[in-house]
Write a protein of this length. Structure first.
Length: 128
């Protein structure tokens, strides 16, 4: 993979997590600590934690901790898709009807980009 393609792939992932950080932070700002009144306490705690988890993912991806950032990105997205799928399908929160497929596609993008980005900053001696 060329450096440009790797930079674009990483940039798309970073942009997705910046969007997530800003979305959840805006919900805090507008609605307070319990912004998702339709959800149970554990889901609210998770959705609120996404402000920090998404931001941590961005920081790791932009620093030299690319692999840690990629692994955190996968963990966060799997948990997010699972939580939002539960809210949509089990709790009947129709607001997630459009969001879950987009988030699942983004999860697929992240998982698909991992093999391409994993060795982006590797030194040649690491392959011996």
């Amino acid at each position: 993979m060329t450096r440009t393609a790797a930079a674009i792939a990483r940039g798309v992932i970073v942009a997705g997590f910046v969007w997530g950080t800003l979305t959840h932070a805006a919900d805090w700002w507008r609605y307070g600590w319990w912004p998702y009144r339709f959800g149970p306490p554990m889901l609210n705690a998770f959705w609120n934690a996404l402000v920090l988890l998404d931001a941590m993912t961005v920081v790791l991806l932009l620093r030299r901790d690319l692999r840690a950032g990629l692994m955190l990105a996968i963990v966060v997205m799997v948990a997010d898709v699972a939580a939002n799928s539960y809210a949509w399908r089990m709790l009947g929160v129709t607001a997630f009807e459009g969001a879950v497929p987009i988030q699942a596609a983004f999860l697929g993008y992240v998982v698909g980009a991992v093999p391409l980005l994993w060795f982006e900053n590797a030194k040649p001696e690491q392959f011996r």
